[in-house]
Design a protein around this ligand. Structure first.
Ligand code: DLL
Length: 423
């Protein structure tokens, strides 16, 4: 759809949404009154900035269903976020909301080249987490065959990948790295002994450097998929160009703001993602602050899609670690590590306090080949890793090189940071 038509559609949908939440939700009515805004004040897209933000805290305060905008007998499904950053939050869907979710992912999977004839192995957890069921419904919608394995049972993943000829897999990037490792232990090469060609990886921050490693070692194309439980679940991916995630503009109105001032930032500038839902009714969102740090690119893509793109999520505002006053995102550390061929893919960042001073140590596995090298070489490697981290982070970090297989593996979202200052 041409951008102007897309904006007109967004405008109409935004006005309907605002009228809807005002009529149906005591929470939003109250918020709008506090902000001195009424539905009639929203005359165009730029008026979105008159609306108040909503946050995870609002969801917690209204736990479990105080932000729902339809009676419970319209709700056909609940999903519940894991609550790793506090109390869990509940999201609800009408049948229409489930349709919108499946449609979003169907578009996304189509844009990475999947369709009828593909066999999609789902390695995201099924259940309260949205990953498994989201990818499941989206894959069925495009006519692909779904293998609903879920997270875990890794050997079975590899056996069935071979027996049933899986052509695609969806799981966290860290779980795929583990699957690849187990495959190698079983003497199976994903590149030579399976038909796998596409990976749909997300639910946690990862880097272009990790993508390169995955693609080089397995021969598949690895695509980034984004979404959050509040938005429905996984929803949007990159297109074949692998240059930013297309956010479906007819379904979501996105903004990127300066997290400190709340003001919108320019295209190309880093900030916090804010989402307003345009076709989601049991649990709509008005200017919900995602806490994810990204960059907006509204230019139409060379693939032909006019939906805006967000660049790789750098991390969450609440994931950012502050070490001796310097802000560090785990994804920055990952980017550095993955450019050093002698280190493996598994790492942890440990932050502690020694006296008054914060100390950051990066614990990273070395590859098998490096491990069997001489100790002297390991010492110079650790100095090199530390130097490269310092160049990027402007911070001196200790580096602990460890044997392959010693950093804990994850089947869901990897825990890359251990902040001992918090315990
Ligand atoms: O993680 C939904 C999902 C499932 C997305 C499967 C993709 C694939 P939540 O558990 O609510 O939902 O966590 C949402 O995960 O705010 C981001 O911080 C992070 N996240 C999700 N996708 C990405 C990604 C699902 N591609 C939170 N890159 C979000 C970086 C991501 N972070």
């Amino acid at each position: 759809m041409p951008v102007e038509d897309l904006h007109k559609l967004q405008e109409d949908r935004l006005k309907s949404l605002v009228r809807f939440v005002y009529a149906h939700s005591a929470f939003y009515r109250q918020r709008f009154k506090e902000a001195g805004v009424a539905p009639d004040d929203i005359k165009g897209l730029s008026d979105v900035t008159k609306l108040p933000f909503t946050t995870k805290l609002d969801l917690r305060d209204t736990y479990p269903t105080g932000m729902f905008c339809l009676p419970k007998n319209w709700v056909v499904r609940y999903h519940i976020s894991s609550g790793t950053t506090g109390k869990s939050t509940v999201v609800g869907y009408t049948q229409g909301d489930i349709e919108m979710w499946s449609e979003s992912l169907a578009r996304a999977l189509t844009s990475v080249g999947l369709g009828r004839g593909d066999v999609m192995q789902v390695g995201y957890g099924y259940g309260l987490f949205t990953g498994g069921l989201g990818l499941h419904y989206g894959s069925e919608r495009i006519g692909a065959t779904v293998l609903p394995l879920g997270a875990g049972n890794t050997k079975r993943h590899i056996e069935l990948m071979q027996d049933l000829g899986s052509t695609a897999i969806a799981c966290t990037p860290s779980y795929f790295l583990y699957i690849n490792e187990v495959a190698q232990e079983m003497g199976v090469s994903i590149r030579d002994d399976t038909k796998l060609k596409t990976g749909v990886f997300g639910a946690e921050p990862w880097s272009d450097e990790t993508r390169k490693r995955i693609e080089d070692s397995t021969g598949i194309k690895a695509y980034d998929v984004y979404g959050t439980s509040e938005m429905s679940g996984p929803l949007c991916t990159e297109c074949h160009r692998q240059d930013g995630i297309h956010i479906w503009a007819d379904l979501f109105l996105i903004e990127v703001i300066d997290p400190k001032t709340g003001e919108q930032v320019e295209d190309g500038e880093r900030g916090e993602l804010v989402v307003t839902t345009l076709d989601k009714w049991a649990f709509p969102l008005v200017r919900y602050r995602m806490r994810d740090i990204t960059i907006l690119n509204s230019e139409p893509c060379e693939c032909g899609r006019t939906h805006p793109r967000i660049m790789r999520i750098l991390g969450r505002t609440d994931d950012m670690i502050v070490v001796r006053g310097i802000n560090v995102f785990p994804s920055q550390v990952e980017s550095v590590l993955m450019t050093i061929p002698e280190v493996g893919e598994h790492y942890q960042i440990i932050v502690d306090r020694k006296g008054p001073l914060d100390v950051m140590t990066v614990k990273v596995e070395v590859t098998e080949a490096t491990f069997s090298d001489k100790i002297a070489d390991l010492m110079s490697l650790s100095k090199r890793v530390s130097g490269e981290l310092k160049d990027v982070l402007n911070l001196t970090a200790g580096v602990e090189l460890v044997e392959p297989g010693t950093v804990p593996r994850s089947m869901g979202k990897a825990q890359h940071v251990i902040d001992k200052r918090k315990v």
